[in-house]
Design a protein around this ligand. Sequence first.
Ligand code: ATP
Ligand code: MG
Length: 447
Amino acid sequence: MSENKKAEKIVAVKGMNDILPSDAPLWELFENTVQSVLQSYGFQKIVTPIVEDTALFKRAIGAVTDIVEKEMYSFEDAMNGDALTLRPEGTAGVVRAVIEHNLVYDGPRRLWYKGPMFRHERPQRGRYRQFFQIGAEAVGFAGPDIDAELIMLCRRLWDDLGLDKIRLEINSIGDAGERARHRADLIAYFEANIDQLDAEAKRRLHANPLRILDTKNPAMQDLVNQAPMLLDYLEGESVAHFEGVKRILDHNNIPYTINPRLVRGLDYYNRTVFEWVTDALGSQGTVCAGGRYDPLIESFGGKPTPAVGFAMGIERLIELMKLAGEPAAPNQCDVYMVHQGEQAQLQAFVLAERIRDAGLDVVLHCAAAGGAGSFKSQMKKADASGAAFAVILGEDELAKHSATVKAMRAAEGEAQQASVAFDAVVDYVVDQIVGHDHDHDHVHYHH
Ligand code: ATP
Ligand code: MG
């Protein structure tokens, strides 16, 4: 880089975020909690590629949807011309993998995934171009029981995360025949009131009139509220399925409201749909959305295989956790190694490795741009690290074959400092830390 020409600043792509170390512990707490809840319901992890054939999403999501119409990051592989897309959601890839590997050959599967999704939308609070989802797909299950189980899994998760401002909305969108009859009436109703439709609604009138029902245009709310309700068109099995879901939720005291206007943006959904919504995040209030998609797998050439799933938006849930005051566990270590002089540094490396062998987390002071730094500046670093102990090695210590072990968090009156023979340092530090924290498991120690 030439000296007089300043390098151009490169910043992150618009709508794509860094998760910084200050936020990472909260993300980790979130992910660990979700994973353990999923595991407690018997869900198995599946990892699929971030890039898939564009055709997969076009077919799985449907042409007349926000995602396929305008949100996909699609590109041509420069090497071979393949039409590829960064996944905008997780269900399509999981379904492809289930069919490709015949994962349901010996019965239904409970699967879950997590990872980044990509949608080219207008960035705003709670809406990004790269965002993270954790999702579950229960594949091969036909009854209302699994729908209720997925919902109860979410309920347990919110409880475990300490989130109490999330409410459940459910609906049933029936099957294809019921939707066709409703659709005809709906189009007739909107045509009779065509002057009240906005431009977007007019465009969707024949392509996807159901989507008009979740318009955010306040001027159309009355019209939408009076529109024929899909719920009134459900018959026999669809009604029984929805009743079955509600029966289990009621029996387990899971509160919900039935929102007849709840429809999913993705075309392949049928019967049960649900959303978990909060008022605490402004207009981006849906933190988790799910539903049944029985026709999808057969439409992909697989055997008829009913399925139901959900996806939650991690950024929105992390935001909620911050509002709920969930303290982020700071990044801390057990021991900070302070050293002065070449011999002391070598000895510090040896001791640090031994303390790590014992299962503790050790930060060994390493040189910055200005060198290793004075004893005083190293002690400041030791303090800022949050370490319980500083292990100090200087000329005096080398001469005595002993390290100075300083308690960084000792209360007044407790021993602050001890001289400990090199061979005894590991036992001493482990003893001190376990003595102060009986939960210490010798593998991962955090305050
Ligand atoms: P919306 O109507 O808000 O656009 P959607 O129907 O597109 O939502 P889904 O495809 O159902 O959303 O995704 C499931 C969840 O993923 C959402 O409820 C939300 O929590 C999260 N999510 C979706 N899109 C984004 C985004 N662009 N940024 C952050 N989170 C998102
Ligand atoms: Mg969307």
